[in-house]
Design a protein around this ligand. Structure first.
Ligand SMILES: Cc1cc2nc3c(=O)[nH]c(=O)nc-3n(C[C@H](O)[C@H](O)[C@H](O)COP(=O)(O)O)c2cc1C
Length: 414
């Protein structure tokens, strides 16, 4: 994505997190122009932020000008989004009052793009009535003010006022810059492996990292969907901006999925759920000398199959499969047998595909009969293409529903 973000950095202690934020934004392909207040430069150096953003950092309105352009106007004109992080009580007051006594406040007055503000300060400053009044004014003016987090503050107090983590702010920024083409969709994503206990310390699992599901959840949230992620123990962090429900076993995943299923419009099941579990897990640790000669296994519920039997007319169900023999033939059978709208076939035999990789090679099999083989690409890109297909299915279904609503549709969406 090649959008331009003007990032205003003011004199709050949370400025120490801003280099990490800049790195995330640059990694996402954004062109980041940092504007700092004088106080901001006390907490993080312009050199650091210039190096990480690969752009000059602007602090002074009166510094030398290489060209005829007026710096504060050209910065404001270029911006697709402006973010103030951290936003001190001081800048919040100045913006609410419409002051323009330094480069950042002057740029802000000339902005035509959306503005995201990340308040960050001591809890008592944050609760102060004048600060709350200024925040309210900024919201009324159309600024997007992020809720600060609650917890331990650098000043020693505990309470609200902590700037959200860079990953959370980056997700919010990407959400503002992405077309909200999935707004209104409630998407349930499952991800990761499950762990099936053998005793108090041992378990059976598989090599799934959760990366594919995290990519789908993150991209869906970025595109405006309301996302719930139900994930087994993953080796990656769940993305910001989604409701995260961690589980451990296949049975737990089954229970949680069933709780959320009715309120979901789309279900994308990337999780590598264990097909079996030890029949009689020991409550304590099995001693070396008591090692069982064999382990009895019982089948876990086939969650995807059960969802297929319960699916309502308007729900879209997407499954994943990792087949090694006759993948296309077996995939087509699975698509029908499990009543899916779409099956994503992981070609785990290809280099760069499958578990733990950042890339994947997949085939899409759609219920409509369409099939698509994709080249090696990042899991983020695969996630976007899956969501594009989901959107197409929704559009087709919407049209059908408009022309001839079915009984089932009436029951689902009264
Ligand atoms: C060590 C230190 C930490 C500070 N942290 C914050 C803070 O987190 N939030 C805040 O609103 N002000 C904080 N301040 C006060 C601001 O730096 C001060 O109000 C300054 O005038 C802000 O200027 P600016 O808004 O132009 O950047 C801190 C000051 C010091 C000395």
């Amino acid at each position: 994505m090649s959008a331009t973000v003007v990032l205003g950095v003011t004199g709050g202690i949370a400025a120490y997190k801003i280099p990490a934020l800049v790195r995330l934004l640059v990694a996402d392909g954004l062109d980041v122009s940092v504007v700092m207040t004088r106080a901001g430069t006390q907490f993080v150096t312009p050199l650091t932020l210039a190096t990480l953003s690969c752009n000059p950092v602007h602090v002074d309105m009166w510094s030398e000008r290489p060209g005829p352009q007026v710096e504060h106007i050209s910065l404001a004109d270029r911006a697709d989004l402006a973010v103030i992080a951290p936003a001190t009580a001081n800048i919040i007051g100045k913006l609410a009052a419409g002051l323009a006594d330094d480069l950042l406040t002057t740029v802000c007055l000339a902005l035509k793009c959306p503005v995201v503000i990340c308040p960050s300060m001591n809890v008592n400053m944050y609760r102060n009535r004048v600060v709350q009044r200024n925040i309210k004014t900024l919201k009324e003016m159309g600024c997007h003010v992020m809720e600060p987090e609650s917890g331990w503050l650098a000043c020693g107090w505990t309470g609200e006022g902590r700037m959200p983590e860079p990953e959370v702010i980056a997700a919010e920024i990407m959400r503002h810059l992405s077309a909200p083409d999935l707004e209104g969709e409630r998407i349930l994503v499952t991800a990761g492996p499950t762990e099936e206990p053998l005793d108090a310390v041992r378990f059976l699992t598989n090599r799934s990292s959760g990366k594919m599901g995290v990519a789908v959840a993150a991209r869906a949230a970025r595109r405006g969907a309301q996302v719930t992620l139900i994930a087994g123990p993953m080796s990656v962090e769940p993305p910001a901006g989604v409701r995260n429900i961690p589980v451990r076993t296949a049975l737990e995943m089954y229970q949680r999925v069933m709780e959320v299923f009715d309120d979901s419009d789309v279900v994308i099941k990337t999780a590598a759920v264990s097909d079996f579990r030890p029949a009689n897990p020991a409550t304590g640790k099995i001693k070396k000398e008591e090692a069982p000669g064999k382990i009895s296994l019982v089948r876990n519920p086939d969650i995807l199959h059960i969802l297929g039997t319960k699916k309502r007319a308007q729900q879209i169900l997407v499954g994943f499969a990792a087949e090694t023999e006759n993948p296309l033939e077996n995939g087509r059978k699975k698509l029908i047998a499990k009543n899916l709208d779409m099956l994503v076939l992981n070609d785990v035999t290809q280099p760069g595909a499958g578990f733990r990789q950042d890339t994947n090679v997949v085939h899409f099999l759609l219920r409509s009969g369409e099939e698509e083989s994709l080249d090696l690409m990042t899991k983020d890109r695969v996630a976007d293409l899956i969501l594009d297909r989901v959107k197409e299915i929704r559009l087709r279904r919407g049209r059908k529903q408009d022309s001839a609503p079915s009984e089932a549709d009436h029951q689902v969406r009264p």
